[in-house]
Write a protein of this length. Structure first.
Length: 624
């Protein structure tokens, strides 16, 4: 039985320099917390470069860079242009610098100062000469389905990871055919394709999932993460007979065709494959858990509910990442946790709502069209927040609200005035509350809104400085709500994605191809993407959004309208707020990994970022 832990995210953790290297090697770091020192389990994170960016505006360049989790607290920085110092005094209070009057092609590096000693040059800045950077992409050739329907390809969701171990993030991009289907829709689809890409557009590999993986938002959830700690990210996804890896090798039978006359794939083997992130080579394939078994046991007989998949990455042992693959959420749910170590899979545990352990306890039928990963009980290990229920790090059910399925959920420190994390969720059933906020540790409902409709959208974040903590709002509600559920008046213009874009720590609204600043009378447009399109139909989501480069603010990636490039925008606004790169906050980093899962949702860190926030905590991490 787990014991409640008091909230630990309110403290600023100060690394003690003495003996740090030895402690890191053991997976431990010592921290001074006021009067005493404590040992905390360190988490494995990516060994990243500085991620320097230069974003050009009409009056100069905003240069920003990462404050790494492995940097000391008192690190300072010098910016260089072509080897010449730009700032005379080391920068201590932030990780950005505006170089007034400089041209768009100016070449920058950054040097850290540690214990008074100036370190070597960082990587050269990625140049956003027109406010954005294009990554060239090339669509796969289209085709024709057996019933004579032609299709082409559109760039869909992407994820990030250091695929080749050089310290820079690379992209894994899913290509979806124009005839991709929701599970409720019959018909053949083209194949799903996944590319590994460098930021200069170099394609490392292309994986073709083949005819026996149907294409659509619920069929292919891919995870990109360094699971074995070798410094290079792996890529995991569900595969089948005829999947072709990045080297051209075929998994299973190349001739098998398991599609039925309605286009569904309800027979044949199903695999879970781990691909080498640098080459795309299939390193191992195992049977997918759970097997589909009887199609009707998942809630219908034609193939809608049996092929609803979710995926994530979680630090189930508190130190190293595990792969989480799941099936089902309307009725039966099965979640399997896998470790990837020394070139092979080991199954850590399986959670099954139909097992004798869980049957009848209210865990079935609680899943969302996405999942979240967070250490909800503050024991140092991650839980899987799976809609209206949560599974503990050991694979046991932790809690269920029995409030059922929904489209969106958000886990974070949404109310900093109370201990622990909170969870905001919307409901699809008209007999349930339209939305609710719960204690993420216990599932205890803190407040809820009226029932009565299928509430398809909902968001929680600090978007309004006039109310403490995060605000929450949803499509079926008529008001913006405070962290305690009180009405605050006008709702934002969108209920979709989020972005830290301008200089303050209050978050902005990301929807379609624009970023807006919330206001009580109207929203203010901060960015309109040029020549780009959003993804996933009415969901209007970006290819990817998150803290990818530079300081802690978030980039947004859209596809160009002709699918010839991924267009990345980075903020041109200065900030006086200093936060460790969010890539080294593992709740946020794993959220980037699961962002592509089904109905994409924005990432949230493990601590509060917003108006009147305390000094952000430093993460306890180690790198391979």
């Amino acid at each position: 039985m787990k014991h409640p832990h008091r909230h630990r995210r309110r403290r600023v953790l100060l690394p003690v320099a003495l003996g740090t290297a030895a402690l890191l090697g053991a997976g431990l770091t010592t921290f001074a917390t006021g009067d005493a020192a404590q040992a905390a389990t360190a988490r494995q994170v990516e060994k990243l470069d500085r991620g320097v960016v230069s974003v050009h505006t009409g009056s100069g360049n905003l240069v920003s860079w990462r404050w790494l989790g492995t940097d000391p607290n008192d690190v300072s920085f010098i910016v260089y242009r072509a080897g010449t110092k730009v700032n005379a005094t080391p920068i201590t209070g932030t990780t950005n610098y505006f170089h007034s009057g400089a041209p768009s092609h100016a070449d920058y590096t950054v040097r850290a100062i540690v214990n008074g000693v100036e370190q070597g040059d960082s990587v050269h800045a990625i140049q956003f000469r027109t406010g954005y950077k294009d990554v060239p992409i090339s669509p796969p050739a289209g085709g024709t389905t057996p019933d004579g329907v032609s299709y082409t390809y559109e760039a869909n969701d992407a994820s990030v990871g250091d695929l080749d171990g050089d310290g820079a993030l690379d992209l894994a991009l899913k290509w979806q055919p124009t005839n991709a289907k929701d599970n409720s829709q019959s018909g053949y689809t083209g194949n799903t394709i996944v590319d590994g890409l460098k930021l200069d557009g170099t394609r490392l590999w292309r994986i073709d999932l083949g005819r026996n993986i149907r294409s659509g938002a619920h069929y292919t959830q891919f995870q990109v993460y360094d699971y074995d700690g070798d410094g290079k990210a792996e890529v995991a996804m569900k595969t089948a007979d005829g999947t072709k890896d990045g080297t051209g090798a075929v998994i299973g039978s190349s001739s098998a065709d398991h599609r039925n006359s309605s286009g569904y794939v309800l027979a044949g083997p199903e695999f879970l494959t781990m691909f080498n992130g640098q080459t795309g080579k299939a390193m191992q394939s195992v049977d997918y858990v759970p097997a589909r078994g009887s199609v009707s046991s998942w809630g219908d007989s034609y193939g809608n509910r049996v092929d609803r998949f979710l995926a994530g990455t979680a630090y189930l042992d508190g130190s190293r990442p595990s792969l989480v693959m799941a099936r089902g959420y309307y009725t039966r749910t099965v979640i399997a946790a896998w470790d990837w170590r020394n070139g092979s899979f080991t199954r850590r545990w399986t959670f099954d709502t139909s097992s004798s352990t869980n049957s009848g306890k209210g865990y079935d039928g609680q899943g969302n069209h996405s999942l979240s990963v967070a250490d909800v009980d503050a024991d140092g290990k991650d839980e899987i927040v799976y809609g209206a229920m949560t599974v503990d790090d050991n694979g046991n059910g932790l809690w269920t609200t029995r409030l059922g399925h929904g489209d969106a959920g958000h886990v974070g420190d949404l109310n900093p005035s109370r201990a622990g994390l909170e969870y905001f969720k919307v409901s699809e059933s008209s007999s349930q509350p339209g939305s609710w906020m719960a204690d993420a540790r216990t599932g205890s409902i803190l407040w809820q809104t009226a029932s009565g409709s299928d509430n398809g959208r909902g968001v929680a974040a600090d978007i309004y400085a006039g109310s403490a903590g995060a605000e929450a709002w949803s499509a079926a509600d008529t008001t913006l709500r405070s962290a305690t559920g009180a009405s605050l008046g006008r709702e934002p213009s969108s209920a979709n994605f989020l972005s830290w874009w301008d200089g303050d720590p209050v978050r902005e609204l990301l929807d379609g191809t624009r970023i807006d600043k919330y206001g009580t009378s109207a929203d203010t447009r901060l960015l309109t993407g040029s020549g780009v399109s959003s993804n996933n139909g009415t969901k209007s989501t970006p290819v990817l959004s998150g803290d990818l480069f530079g300081d802690w603010r978030e980039e947004v990636v859209w596809r160009t309208s002709g699918n010839t490039a991924l267009r990345i925008y980075s903020t041109p606004h200065e900030t006086s707020t200093k936060i460790t790169t969010l890539l080294h906050d593992t709740q946020y980093r794993t959220a980037l990994a699961w962002q592509n899962t089904a109905y994409n949702q924005p990432p949230h860190p493990s601590f509060f970022i917003g108006d009147a926030m305390p000094t952000a905590p430093r993460p306890t991490v180690f790198t391979p």
